[in-house]
Design a protein around this ligand. Structure first.
Ligand code: ATP
Ligand code: MG
Length: 178
């Protein structure tokens, strides 16, 4: 990891711009509530990947004319940010497994919408490489909130594997499906 002080509001703005056509198609609004001066200590590229994957899910599993909201706050030890959506939610029985590689809720429906089930596994891996924690709260038919906590002020120099990545940060070798 190559740590830097990163302005979080810009990372979210950039992710929104990348996903903007999908926001428009679905009639979704984006509420970027990250305070202007809010800074996190993270590897900038990995942080972008984390935010983009969470935002992509918040769009993909949303309803028409819903919303996606980003928030951030901090305490003594951690900086936190959350991505909230007004989407379909995740059944309680699946919540424990969504961070597993290739795990997808409702395989048939998910397959139509494309994707591999790698996005969250990569997010979790990248968060943990920062010695951070990711958690999720969800209610079916209401929406989902993913919260990431990143330690403040200096962390490990652990390296993460360098796989080139586009939206999902998934390995680029083929479109493998389970
Ligand atoms: P990929 O991200 O590789 O394109 P994916 O979106 O299916 O595929 P993940 O991002 O790892 O894979 O998500 C795993 C599963 O968790 C999804 O298939 C979906 O069922 C569920 N999920 C993830 N994010 C949300 C969300 N915001 N709302 C509802 N369900 C979600
Ligand atoms: Mg995904």
């Amino acid at each position: 990891l190559s740590l830097a002080r990163v302005r979080l509001v810009e990372v979210f703005h950039d992710a929104y711009v990348q996903l903007e056509s999908r926001f428009v198609q679905k009639g979704l609004r984006f509420e970027n509530r990250i305070p202007e001066g809010f800074v996190v200590e993270a590897d900038p590229d990995r942080l972008r990947q984390i935010v983009l994957n969470l935002m992509a899910n918040a769009v993909q599993y949303n309803r028409e004319r819903g919303y996606v909201a980003a928030e951030a706050w901090e305490d003594d030890r951690f900086s936190y940010f959350a991505v909230e959506d007004s989407g379909i939610g995740i059944p309680a029985r699946d919540l424990g497994r969504i961070f597993e590689r290739f795990y997808r809720v409702d395989k048939a429906r998910s397959r139509e919408s494309g994707g591999t089930g790698l996005g969250l596994a990569i997010v979790k891996h990248l968060v943990e490489a920062h010695r951070g924690v990711i958690s999720v709260v969800s209610e079916e038919g209401q929406g989902t909130v993913f919260t990431v906590a990143l330690p403040r002020g200096g962390i490990s120099d652990e390296e993460v594997p360098s796989g080139e990545a586009r939206e999902h940060g998934a390995p680029s070798s083929g479109d493998s499906r389970p």
